[in-house]
Design a binder for this molecule. Structure first.
Ligand code: PXP
Length: 241
């Protein structure tokens, strides 16, 4: 079974917001990503609406045919929005207003009760829940206790490391946490900072069923077009490149 691709289309909205215009539209981007072989669309509605906004996520819910993953912080405002638009999946992430992008995984212990309440609410509406976590074994036990369906392993540290020995160390952490999570019944995905080069070693971790990629695909799309950028990544994941 090959690894699936979900594309994060937030960066398309970032370009739109740079001019405060109506283009490029992230909703149109989602359709192109699906035509090119993406098996899911991800979008992070942030408290400050710096890229996608309420209109975008409502329309994405309407038009996405594969799987719509609403990435969000477990705040009351976001939980209400998700319960209203009913995405297929919610990915819970930590969120800091001042960060450029999501900087780390969730602190599951410190936010246990809040996360448990949110997960129960989503499950009552048949929405699956993914927790974005750093590759630490303690996070797996807590994810099971929280009754999460999926864990998304934060690959940021692996992706940002240039030193080969550090990369190998991070890969081995990701691999063992993925194995442990799968053995405990969790679906395993991964994301953050993945690109057309650093993706290859992850293909050797069979427990990772899906990757969530945004920045590198939208960046490549500037030169190749979005359809080809998505198709190129899908080919890599299917081992036909
Ligand atoms: N997964 C999560 C939970 C994220 O927050 C992000 C960034 O928005 C991604 C995946 C995609 O990261 P990148 O844009 O670096 O591919």
């Amino acid at each position: 079974m090959s690894m699936k691709l979900t594309v994060n289309i937030d960066h398309v909205a970032t370009i739109r917001e740079a001019r405060g215009e109506i283009e490029p539209d992230p909703v149109t981007a989602a359709g192109i990503c699906e035509l090119a072989g993406a098996e899911g669309i991800v979008s992070h509605l942030r408290e400050d609406r710096r890229h996608v906004n309420d209109r975008d996520v409502k329309l994405l819910r309407e038009i996405v045919r594969t799987k719509f993953d609403l990435e969000m912080a477990a705040t009351e405002e976001m939980i209400n929005i998700a319960m209203d638009i009913l995405p297929d999946l919610v990915t819970l992430v930590p969120e800091k207003r001042e960060e450029v992008t999501t900087e780390g995984g969730l602190n599951l212990r410190a936010n246990f009760d809040k996360l448990k309440d949110a997960i129960e609410k989503f499950h009552s509406k048949d929405i699956d829940v993914s927790l974005f976590i750093d590759p630490e074994p303690s996070n797996i036990d807590l994810s099971v206790e929280l009754n999460a369906d999926i864990i998304e392993i934060h690959t940021g540290k692996y992706s940002n490391t240039i030193k080969e020995s550090e990369q190998i160390k991070e890969l081995s952490k990701i691999g063992s946490v993925a194995k442990m999570a799968a053995e405990m019944g969790l679906i395993v995905t991964a994301g953050h900072g993945l690109n057309y080069y650093n993706i290859f070693p992850l293909l050797n971790i069979p427990e990772i069923r899906e990757v969530s990629i945004g920045h590198s695909i939208i960046s490549r799309a500037v030169f190749t077009g979005l359809h080809k950028a998505v198709e190129d990544m899908v080919k890599i994941l299917r081992g036909i490149y």
